[in-house]
Design a protein around this ligand. Sequence first.
Ligand SMILES: [Zn+2]
Length: 71
Amino acid sequence: MSDERTEFDFTQRSAEEQASLLQHTWCDNCQQADLGMTDPQEYEQFGLRFVEGRCKACGEAVFTELSDDEF
Ligand SMILES: [Zn+2]
């Protein structure tokens, strides 16, 4: 398994998927779900696919791990 980070183009996803992924977040800093994120970056690392962005509420980094059926 590689720990190299492979970037993907988040904007290649459908508008519905993008909207859903940007809305359904968990922020460790706020300890609250679905605050939303900005500046999404999609990448694959450790064999898992993530979308990373910034919490709309506090500006801290938030990550969403995508399950197999989402990519
Ligand atoms: Zn937050």
